[in-house]
Design a protein. Structure first.
Length: 206
C-alpha cells in the first residue's frame, strides 16, 4: 500500500457544537492515538480525506502533517459517516510504526471463470490478516478459475502475498458455485410432481 500525505490542523473546539462548526468549515474532526501517545484532536480537509479513503480504504497509510510541525504515520481505524449524505463526519486514526506488525481486514478480489451457468456466491468479502504496517496489500486475490457447480473455495486454498499471514480458519468457505436459481426451482418442481403422483394414484384407487 502506497503512502499519502495530508495536512491537518490542531483542534481545540470540542463537543458536538465544535464538531459541527468543524464540518461546516469543510473539515473532518479526527483523533490520532496509539503507541501510548496522548490522543490528539485534529481536523482534516474533508474533500481530500474523502478522496484518500475512496482510493485506499481503511488500510491506506497516511502521513498526517499537522500545522504545529508534528507528523504521524497512521491508518484509518474507524470512520463514521452521515447515513443520509454518506459523508465522513469523524475519523479515528491509529498511529503505526514502520516495521511493526498489525492485524487488519483486507478486501477480497475474485478472479477466474467458473463452470458455465454456475452462480458464484461470495461467503466472505474480506480476510483478517497479520502484516507489516507498511506492506498491507490493497486486496487479496482469490482465483475461482475452473470451479464446477457445487464446489467451493476455502481459506486454506488461498495463496497469501509475501509477508502476509491470513488469520481466518482454513476450513472457512470463501465462495461457492451454485446452480442457477431457475434450474434449481425447476428441479424442486419436478421433485414435487414426483411426490404428488403416488398420492394421486392412491386417491384414485380408493
Amino acid at each position: 500500500m502506497s503512502e499519502v500525505r495530508i495536512s491537518a490542523e490542531p483542534r481545540t473546539d470540542f463537543g458536538k457544537g465544535g464538531a459541527r462548526r468543524t464540518r461546516r468549515a469543510g473539515k473532518v474532526p479526527a483523533v490520532v492515538y496509539g503507541h501510548g501517545e496522548k490522543p490528539r484532536h485534529i481536523s482534516l480537509p474533508g474533500l481530500e480525506f474523502a478522496a484518500v479513503l475512496r482510493k485506499g480504504g481503511l488500510n491506506q497509510l497516511i502521513q498526517v502533517e499537522v500545522t504545529d510541525g508534528t507528523r504521524e504515520l497512521v491508518i484509518p481505524k474507524d470512520i463514521q459517516r452521515d447515513p443520509l449524505r454518506d459523508e465522513v463526519v469523524h475519523a479515528d486514526l491509529l498511529i503505526v510504526r514502520r516495521g511493526e506488525t498489525i492485524t487488519t481486514d483486507v478486501p477480497i478480489s475474485f478472479s477466474g471463470e467458473v463452470e458455465k451457468g454456475g452462480l458464484v456466491v461470495h461467503e466472505l468479502t474480506s480476510l483478517s490478516v497479520e502484516a507489516e504496517a507498511t506492506s498491507i496489500p490493497e486486496s487479496i486475490e482469490v482465483d475461482l478459475e475452473g470451479l464446477t457447480i457445487g464446489s467451493q473455495r476455502t481459506v486454506a486454498e488461498i495463496t497469501a502475498p509475501k509477508g502476509v499471514v491470513i488469520l481466518n480458519d482454513g476450513e472457512q468457505t470463501v465462495a461457492t458455485v451454485a446452480e442457477p436459481r431457475a434450474e434449481a426451482a425447476a428441479d424442486d418442481d419436478t421433485e414435487s410432481e414426483a411426490a404428488e403422483a403416488p398420492a394421486e394414484a392412491e386417491s384414485a384407487a380408493e
